[in-house]
Design a protein around this ligand. Structure first.
Ligand SMILES: Nc1ncnc2c1ncn2[C@@H]1O[C@H](COP(=O)(O)OP(=O)(O)OP(=O)(O)O)[C@@H](O)[C@H]1O
Length: 629
């Protein structure tokens, strides 16, 4: 899809706008690698290994012990293999008949074969241990991330850049998948390298420094490339984040009607492609740098490697080492070289992983800081009184407060209606009453306890909320009512809640009744209509029988019968609780004992329906407008 394709329907119309330019913002807008030295980067490796070991140990100790055992076997077998080779070479390159020389070499050759077999077995066992550890380690990282986000304070969750940092942390989960493998390969190569180089130093101490020089450039190259990759990843975070959000919006069946009937498909595809191209362009722009790094470091490594082989040839030709030692040195050089290359490659991979793990850990620490830490005081039913004292709340980045010096007292048995024009602060006020947000100034007290010092879980266990935009959970009907918190072993209270909102007929007509999955995308799943979903949302709040019931525009999608049923139910159960109804349908406020009218975050009027309807304030004006058709 090109720009031209999307505008072909109307050639005089302007071209579709390209996606907004987004940058990974907030306090993390600086690439954390930008200022870090190469030495400091390499010094990360021990801490990453320690992190991997600790995580793995926590998950499966036996698999970790197996892995460690395999590393020891790898080292021992490499040493035995090289020493055996030296002995075999001495015998084979000695004097006498070939058959005698072979016979003399046989014991050493058998030892070499045994060591090689042992190395293979240990490698197979390492792979087995890795496969046992990797899935739970990845799940552990993934679950920790989801839990951290679920527990974050609602205000922080909506904060600037939080979603981008979340996206960056997701990469840590992806890399967790290869973390154990990288660490295991790195350790095993390190052990082999130390052993082989030890043997090599015994044979000729000159060889080792040359070998290190031959491999070091490759290591440097791998780390530099990892750094470039990370830079690209970092630059792409915001675009990737918004691309994956838009992918969901464009492909979910929930918005399929809107996308199709409004002809949005072409634009969404154009938008998606443009964003993907932008991401690709950044990646491609980095490719020449990676090529230069690879060529430069390979050239340097090649020079040092040639010097190593030339050195070995010179030692053998000038008779400084005998032929048998030279032959063993050849094998030792090869082994050390292979192991050293592996150390470098896997070290770089581990370093690469560490970058993403650091992002993940930073995010987890940040999220833990942002979880509500308010206090241990618990509130419990019955909630006799909720009092607001001069409460003020301003959203970050906003000039004016959304709730401005509101004082209010609610008592058990009372129904309060909150009305006001769009954006006047009604929903924000309900968030403050339930402690989802804490007031910037002033206090919200439940039974005399300030919510700033109360365990929020205890508050929410006393709350039932039907929000303006409610979730249509892809769960069975039963869980959509109980929200996974059943009160009894039988379905009686579930049916009571369903009856209270007049949803029985709809549920009984579903193929599996209460067991029907409400997700039409899923095989065997079904779907409610908009109004039926809203009834279900009300049913779940009623099922909780909460001491505080808040209904924010609870009947906006319902037919008159449904609306009538709900308000009858609200009146019937009002005596045991505090009920708050937020509504634009002023007729519905007749159920309330008291109505407050909000304007620009302030309570500007309050009273009964009769008082306010006969007054000359905003309520009377809005009521008149609602009747003027
Ligand atoms: N998450 C948010 N971040 C920033 N500003 C917000 C946020 N939510 C609401 N606001 C702002 O706070 C003010 C009050 O919003 P609120 O949702 O409480 O109004 P409301 O009275 O419930 O409106 P409506 O009748 O449209 O539902 C508005 O100016 C709105 O733009």
């Amino acid at each position: 899809m090109t720009t031209a394709d999307t505008t072909s329907a109307n050639p005089t119309a302007p071209p579709p706008p390209s996606p907004a330019d987004l940058t990974y913002g907030g306090q993390y807008s600086v690439n954390p690698l930008g200022e870090v030295s190469f030495r400091k980067l390499c010094s990360r490796l021990p801490s990453v290994l320690w992190h991997v070991a600790r995580t793995a140990w926590h998950i499966d100790r036996r698999a970790v012990l197996l892995l460690l055992g395999c590393q020891v076997i790898t080292g021992v077998s490499a040493a035995v293999l090289l020493t055996g080779t030296a002995h075999a070479m001495q015998a084979i390159l000695g004097t006498g008949a070939v058959s005698h020389r072979l016979r003399d070499a046989l014991p050493a050759l058998l030892v070499v074969a045994g060591a090689a077999a042992l190395a293979r077995v240990s490698s197979a066992l390492s792979t087995y241990a890795d496969r046992r550890l990797t899935p739970p380690v990845t799940t552990h990282a993934d679950t920790a991330l989801v839990e951290a986000v679920c527990r974050v304070d609602a205000a922080a969750l909506a904060g600037e850049g939080f979603s981008d940092r979340h996206e960056a942390a997701e990469m840590g989960v992806v890399r967790s998948h290869v973390m154990i493998n990288d660490a295991q390969r790195f350790m095993s190569a390190l052990v082999r390298m130390v052993t082989a180089s030890g043997v090599l130093s015994v044979l000729n101490p000159l060889m080792l420094p040359l070998l290190v020089l031959a491999v070091l450039p490759a290591g440097l190259g791998a780390v530099m490339s990892a750094r470039v990759d990370y830079e690209v990843h970092y630059a792409n975070i915001s675009d990737r984040n918004s691309r994956s959000m838009m992918r969901w919006w464009a492909t979910t069946s929930k918005y399929a009607d809107e996308v199709r009937a409004n002809g949005m498909t072409s634009y969404l595809l154009f938008w998606y492609r443009s964003l993907s191209e932008r991401i690709d362009n950044r990646t491609l722009a980095a490719a020449p740098r990676t090529l230069r790094i690879a060529l430069g470091t390979s050239l340097l490594g090649g020079v040092f490697l040639t010097a190593t082989w030339a050195g070995l040839a010179w030692l053998a030709v000038t008779g400084r080492v005998n032929l048998a030692i030279a032959a063993t040195a050849l094998v030792a050089v090869q082994t050390t070289l292979a192991a050293l290359s592996q150390v470098v490659i896997n070290g770089a991979a581990l370093f690469h992983t560490s970058l993403y793990l650091t992002d993940m850990q930073t995010f987890l620490d940040d999220a833990a800081d942002k979880a509500p830490h308010r206090g241990d005081t618990a509130v419990a039913a019955p909630v006799e009184e909720i009092r607001l004292d001069e409460v003020v709340y301003r959203y970050p980045g906003k000039e004016a407060p959304a709730v401005d010096h509101v004082s209010l007292t609610l008592r058990r048995g009372e129904i309060l209606a909150i009305v006001g024009e769009n954006g006047s602060g009604k929903s924000t006020l309900t968030r403050l009453i339930t402690g989802i947000y804490l007031a910037d100034k002033g206090r919200v007290l439940w039974n005399g306890n300030d919510l700033a010092a109360v365990d929020p879980e205890s508050v929410w266990s006393c709350t039932g909320l039907v929000p303006q935009i409610f979730a249509q959970w892809p769960l069975r009907v039963r869980e959509n009512v109980t929200l996974g918190q059943p009160r009894t072993f039988d379905d009686t209270p579930v049916w009571e809640a369903i009856d209270a909102v007049g949803l029985r007929e709809a549920v009984e007509s579903l193929r599996y009744g209460l067991d029907t999955l409400l997700a039409r995308e899923v095989w065997g799943g079904s779907e409610f209509s908009g109004g039926q979903w809203q009834r279900a949302a009300c049913a779940r709040a009623l099922y909780r029988r909460p001491p505080l019931l808040i209904l924010d525009e609870p009947t906006s999608q319902m037919d008159p019968r449904g609306e009538h049923d709900i308000f009858e139910e609200i009146k019937a159960i009002a005596a045991d609780r505090i009920t708050i109804v937020v509504t634009h349908c002023l007729e519905n406020t007749k159920v309330a004992d008291r109505i407050i009218v909000m304007d620009h975050g302030r309570v500007i009027e309050q009273g009964t329906h009769e008082d306010l309807a006969c007054g000359a304030g905003l309520f009377a004006e809005l009521l008149a407008l609602s009747k003027d058709r």
